[in-house]
Ligand binder design. Structure first.
Ligand code: UT7
Length: 335
């Protein structure tokens, strides 16, 4: 019997309307459009504004659109996983909140957190449920309201992050498409360079932690950059070699959008022309778990059945990895 694989059968994504430009940031902190553009490639990012709105609200928009365009009824969904570092609250899982808000009633759901790599980790986790044959319709949501943990007085981080969410539908297939291979890594010693100091069990929230601004992202940019630039490229090349893929065989690189220089270095190592690299960092910044689904969504109409895609990500922790998958449908047809 042909091996059961998990294939992405639909993608939808959503970013809030409000835009924060480099010019806006010039008025908030000591920075320039020139510095941000040359060091990161970012021009603007979208910010979720409004009392009481969180990551689940963006996830809901993405999932609603996904259900509609794939003709899926909420009650048909078997499992929903949400990849996020900015859950609505510590518990319950944002996945449960999304499911409740869109009427997904016959599924179980949970969150995953591996910083910026969570979406690709979650995609593979979901694929294993599908490959088991027991789960027919699995949704993976990737989204973050990074503005909720960004310190808008810290010029080194506030220029980078933005808000967005996307969702994919995975279904079983016996065709020669779907998720084929992955390589994932973790190095927990990297946590010192990128983390959120307070709000967890080691340092619960207190007046002192709020006063010390410890609920925001803490990032030492340079060590993170050095680790990211080497490891995201290494793992992307490794996935190519493991699957005997040359640069000509690859149709698209879908990289996590953390810094244009990291994306370009990865593409160079893979010997890919830039036309094959999905890049929208200039319009969204780093939306953490929203980056890869946002790219897939924006490029969907150009994707063809059988296209070879490499998804690659790097995140705090450190976590990093790459997926090799064959796209399962002609994007134009689904619209
Ligand atoms: O997705 C999660 C993983 N995260 C990443 O992959 C992020 C990786 N790191 C980076 O992308 C880059 O390190 C940053 C974009 C965060 C910073 O760029 P950099 O080229 O590494 O700059 P730097 O941190 O070495 O800082 C260079 C200078 C410093 O000034 P001095 O000490 O040379 O006088 C900073 O204070 O640039 C200064 N600087 C800024 N200047 C203007 C830092 N932020 C800004 C700013 N505007 N926004």
């Amino acid at each position: 019997m042909a091996k059961l694989r998990a294939a992405i059968k639909g993608i939808h994504a959503w970013a809030p309307e409000d835009v924060l430009t480099n010019q806006d940031l010039e008025k908030m902190v000591d920075t320039t459009d020139e510095w941000i553009t040359t060091r990161t490639g970012i021009k603007e990012r979208h910010i979720l504004k409004g009392e009481g709105l969180g990551t689940s609200d963006m996830g809901v928009e993405a999932v609603k659109g996904l259900l509609k365009k794939t003709g899926t009824k909420p009650e048909e969904v078997d499992l929903l996983i949400c990849a996020t570092v900015t859950p609505d609250m510590q518990f319950p899982a944002t996945a449960n909140i999304i499911s409740d808000k869109v009427g997904i009633k016959n599924a179980f759901s949970f969150d995953m957190n591996a910083a910026c790599s969570t979406f690709i980790y979650a995609l593979v986790t979901a694929s294993k449920y599908v490959e088991s044959g027991e789960y027919k319709k699995v949704i993976v949501v990737g989204g973050d309201k990074m503005s909720s943990i960004t310190d808008y007085t810290d010029r080194a981080t506030c220029v980078i992050f933005g808000d967005a969410a996307g969702a994919v539908l995975l279904e079983p297939t016996t065709e020669d498409v779907g998720i084929i291979d992955h390589r994932f890594y973790t190095d927990g010693s990297g946590r010192v360079h990128l983390h959120q100091k307070a709000g967890g069990s080691v340092k619960p929230a207190s007046h002192a932690t709020v006063d010390a601004r410890e609920h925001f992202i803490y990032q030492e940019g340079q060590p993170v950059f050095k680790f990211a630039v080497t490891n995201m490229a290494d793992v992307a090349v490794e996935i190519m070699q493991r699957n005997h893929l040359s640069s000509d065989d690859i149709d698209w690189l879908v990289p996590h959008q953390a810094n244009l220089r990291i994306i370009e270095a990865t593409a160079r190592r893979m010997k890919l022309q830039k036309e094959k690299v999905m890049i929208n960092i200039q319009r969204y910044g780093n939306t953490t778990n929203g980056t890869i689904p946002m790219c897939l969504y924006e490029w969907e109409s150009q994707l063809k059945k059988g296209d070879n895609l490499v998804l690659a990500a790097f995140g705090g922790g450190f976590t990093w990895g790459a997926i090799y998958l064959k796209w399962a449908y002609d994007g134009k047809k689904q619209g």
